[in-house]
Ligand binder design. Structure first.
Ligand SMILES: [Zn+2]
Length: 432
């Protein structure tokens, strides 16, 4: 520890917030809380992981690793060991198709208890092993060392999270009086719950590191399309404002806390839907949003050609024992030729995940792949691909030496702030 000079740190995570939406909102001066942070901080656009979908991205954020290490491959995937689908919640229909109870167990427990790679270290584990107190509100990647008993009768097992752990009323390490979260999602009740818990924690100064996860923005953005969910972002601003107010005002808040504000992925408009299953009736396909996986015993290099000329597809990826390949525009190449942001690294890491399909498909602009139940967001927004709009995230830091360029640099930046050593797989940070 570097002693009393180290401020506490809050990671504010707004699901699906695009850089352009944040930049425009700040420019217009209509978000006072976010504006305060921007005024005192440093900002850049950063890049998330691939597939750019929430469970994959939040696992990257919490572990500082791409999926080659954290091993969560997609929103929906095939579990080879258990010979079954894992569906974290593409849509209500997809959850029903995969089995509602199993989906709930996978999302609430298994993602952290067994899917998240044992070689990965979470930010909560690293900080609390160093004697600090970590707190997490609603983030689905929460693995820690403290057992928390569920607060509802339909769950029976404890979940292992950081010492201060709040997860949609299902687990609550402390009694905060926060309202029930899942009442009216379109009106932002989940974030209202997060704000109430956050206010409670800040009032008590009850953490060294807090993940304050606001998930309702992505929900609104899927329905309304990217850069249109102004009311949802205004509610995020209110939620951040509630933390500032709980600290006693702007000066007191900035005196006490350093801040990282970012999102987990971008969002792009979609108007067309493809069923990836149609091209692979002989294989197992897991598709959702703008990424798909094909699980097969056939030669992936040959199967990849089936998507030649398919307007829904931008890139098809596969690997052999030595190399990572990408097929684009009807031509085979190495992933090193991908010109997407951080493309070669992200494509190789997705393929090196032992839970990935033999083929990974990244969607073309404007297209979405229907999920298990045929659901999609055509007419709204989506994400998941390697393309820039899905992959760019806003990154704002206040009171931190490091301005992360990638989502996988956030966890090591947090550890660096507290002078806790990063895991060996983490990227070396550039200080400015
Ligand atoms: Zn989303």
């Amino acid at each position: 520890m570097t002693g009393r000079a180290t401020k506490k740190l809050i990671l504010i995570l707004i699901d699906g917030l695009t850089p352009s939406m944040l930049e425009d909102t700040l420019e217009r001066g209509v978000a006072p809380a976010l504006g305060l942070l921007a005024e005192h901080g440093r900002y850049r656009r950063a890049i998330t992981t691939f597939p750019s979908l929430t469970p994959v991205c939040l696992s990257a954020l919490a572990t500082g690793a791409h999926p080659d290490v954290h091993e969560v491959p997609h929103l929906v995937w095939y579990h080879r060991g258990e010979r079954r689908l894992v569906e974290y919640g593409s849509s209500f229909g997809a959850v029903r198709a995969a089995g509602t109870k199993q989906s709930l167990i996978d999302t609430v427990y298994s993602l952290n208890a067994s899917h998240l790679g044992s070689g990965a270290v979470t930010v909560y584990e690293a900080l609390e092993d160093a004697g600090l107190t970590a707190a997490a509100i609603n983030i689905t990647c929460y693995r820690g060392r403290h057992a928390h008993r569920p607060t509802v009768p339909f769950l029976t097992r404890p979940a292992y999270g950081p010492s201060r752990f709040f997860f949609y009323n299902l687990f609550q390490s402390d009694v905060t009086g926060a309202p029930l979260s899942v009442r009216n999602r379109p009106r932002g009740t989940i974030d209202a719950y997060a704000a109430a818990v956050g206010r409670w924690l800040v009032t008590r100064d009850g953490f060294d590191f807090l993940v304050f996860y606001l998930s309702d923005y992505d929900y609104a953005s899927h329905a309304q399309g990217p850069d249109a969910a102004h009311a949802a972002l205004a509610r995020c601003d209110d939620a951040v404002g509630a933390l500032i107010e709980a600290a006693g005002g702007a000066d007191e808040f900035l005196e006490r806390y350093a801040v990282i504000l970012c999102s987990d992925h971008g969002q792009t408009p979609v108007s067309e839907v493809a069923r990836l299953q149609d091209a692979f009736p002989d294989a197992l396909v897991t598709a959702s949003n703008r990424a798909g996986m094909i699980y097969t015993d056939d030669d992936p290099a040959i199967l990849a050609r089936r998507l030649d000329g398919n307007p829904a597809v931008d890139a098809v990826l596969w690997r052999d024992s030595e190399r990572f390949f990408a097929r684009r525009g009807g031509a085979d190449g190495d992933v090193s030729q991908l010109d997407h942001p951080d493309g070669p690294v992200r494509a190789a890491a997705a393929l090196a995940n032992p839970n990935a399909g033999e083929l990974i498909v990244s969607a073309a602009a404007g297209w979405e792949f229907a999920d298990l139940a045929g659901r999609h967001h055509a007419g709204g927004g989506s994400h998941g691909s390697l393309l820039t709009g899905d992959s760019e995230i806003p990154m704002l830091v206040v009171g931190l030496d490091v301005l992360p360029a990638s989502i996988v640099e956030v966890m090591p930046a947090v550890l660096d702030h507290f002078a806790v050593p990063a895991p060996p797989y983490a990227r070396t940070l550039t200080k400015a």
